[in-house]
Write a protein that binds this ligand. Structure first.
Ligand SMILES: Cc1ncc(COP(=O)(O)O)c(C=O)c1O
Length: 460
């Protein structure tokens, strides 16, 4: 163990004890205390992060994972990932400070923001963070002036028109500008050591990775021609964090492996990285949110025929968090959060059309509509799963400053796996399901090999 994480950082849970059990205990505690303020709180299963890591190593053995700190900068997550040996991709000074404060060496940090403040470039220089990304001439000139010994990674735009969240609208150089940028870097004596891209999140087509890998190959060729010793390919993020996405992680991994074999074969001297955010943390976090206000609205026109007339009544519930906070996936990923009722209602209770709203005085702060729920009461807790990405920490998408209470847990089996840094499959096969991470059907990856259809020649 490297010493980033210790047993005192989390609650060790035994087999059979679930996040839901813990949430039940915690919400009961809060309800009993009847404090005047209730706030949403999280339970984070660090064992789920460990399982994701083993799955990643198994499916993408040639790729060295970095964690995108902006996705969830909570300490438990950073510590467990540091313990697993990941590098960290930071977007700004605050993130670099955070990971350095827990002891991560500068050599394991990438400052992956193509549009940086000069003061923050100087911070990276002073603290030994050498890898910096760029995607335009002005940025290059800033780094030439403030940090001439930096090692630059050229961030290229991707074909992300079908991704739910498109990063290339904002970041990434077009292929046709790359030669010019590389020439400029050469003239300014700046070292360009690699290429990065991000296909956006919620991308429905894994071939987007293959296309970007092929394009990166082309940029490597140009770089070599101009005398840049390029040896880093950074595949970015965009890997799904939950089960049931249209494209599964295994399928993406298979496409990537085939593309790497074709364009960056083993032994080519290129270090392959990825900067994963949501993949690692989404499913590990569950949040409990309390109902703070409630309104009954009588409908003129019942929207659903019901014998007992319950369709005539509809309920509007207010929560202490909304789409400008932890439910920002409603705005950014068009995800409709589905609550789980902490207290199981009796079977015979009628269901009413219900909606959930956040605390902001804005008609867009609607967390969910069209739900059919039993009548709920002030102080009842709603539980939402898969809430680890872009919800807590400095990087929450809307730059929130709210801090949440997080209870970290880990099963003993996961802790042992982490301590021994052993792939769970190499341990007792079935212990607590550890060996078969939910989302990792690597047994089928052999049959999923889809050959990349792009060749560098077809691109330019
Ligand atoms: C440069 C960079 N790398 C990695 C990520 C992480 O992406 P994801 O959470 O989709 O894995 C982001 C997210 O915005 C990013 O901007």
């Amino acid at each position: 163990m490297a010493g980033y994480l210790s047993e005192s950082d989390f609650v060790m849970v035994e087999e059979g004890f679930s996040t839901r059990d813990l949430l039940e205990e915690l919400t009961r505690g809060v309800s009993r205390a009847t404090t005047d303020e209730v706030a949403a709180f999280f339970v984070a299963d660090l064992g789920a992060v460990v399982r994701k890591h083993f799955c990643f190593l198994k499916c993408l053995p040639r790729v060295r994972p970095f964690y995108a700190v902006k996705c969830n900068s909570s300490l438990g997550v950073l510590k467990v990932l540091a313990e697993l040996g990941l590098g960290f991709s930071c977007f700004n000074k605050a993130e670099m400070e955070l990971v350095q404060r827990i002891g991560v060496p500068a050599s394991k940090i990438i400052y992956a923001n193509p549009c940086k403040q000069i003061a923050q470039i100087k911070y990276a220089a002073k603290h030994g963070v050498q890898l910096l990304s760029f995607d335009n001439e002005v940025e290059l000139a800033k780094v030439v002036k403030s940090y001439p010994s930096a090692k630059m990674v050229l961030c290229i735009a991707t074909e992300d028109t079908h991704s739910l969240s498109r990063l290339s609208l904002k970041f990434g150089a077009l292929l046709k500008s790359c030669r010019h940028l590389l020439e400029n870097a050469k003239k300014s004596h700046m070292e360009v050591v690699g290429v990065s891209f991000h296909i956006g999140s919620g991308c429905p087509d894994p071939q987007a990775y293959a296309q970007s890998i092929a394009e990166a190959r082309l940029v490597f060729e140009i770089g070599a021609e101009l005398g840049h010793a390029m040896h880093i390919l950074d595949l970015g993020g965009g890997f799904p964090g939950v089960e049931g996405t249209k494209v599964r992680f295994e399928e993406i991994a298979s496409v990537i492996n085939s593309a790497l074999d074709l364009y960056f074969p083993e032994g080519c001297g290129v270090d392959i990285l990825a900067e994963l955010g949501r993949y690692y943390v989404t499913s590990a976090f569950t949040v409990a949110v309390s109902i703070v206000a409630k309104k009954e609205v009588l409908l003129d026109q019942p929207s659903r025929e019901e014998e007992n007339g319950s369709a005539l009544r509809t309920f509007v519930y207010h929560l202490d968090d909304g789409v400008y906070g932890i439910f920002n996936s409603v705005l950014f990923d068009s995800i409709c959060p589905t609550p789980i009722l902490q207290k199981k209602p009796p079977m015979e209770q009628p269901l009413y059309s219900s909606s959930l709203w956040g605390p902001v005085a804005d008609g867009r702060d609607c967390v969910a509509e069209g739900l059919w729920l039993p009548q709920l009461h002030i102080g009842d807790w709603l539980v939402f799963e898969n809430m680890g990405a872009y919800t807590v920490g400095k990087g929450s998408l809307l730059g929130g400053t709210k801090t949440y209470h997080i209870t970290y847990t880990m099963s003993r089996v996961a802790w042992e796996a982490l301590r021994r840094q052993l792939l769970p499959v190499e341990q007792e096969e079935d212990a607590e399901g550890m060996c078969k991470p939910l989302s990792c059907g690597w047994e089928i990856t052999d049959t999923l090999c889809v050959g990349p259809v792009f060749t560098p020649a077809s691109i330019m």
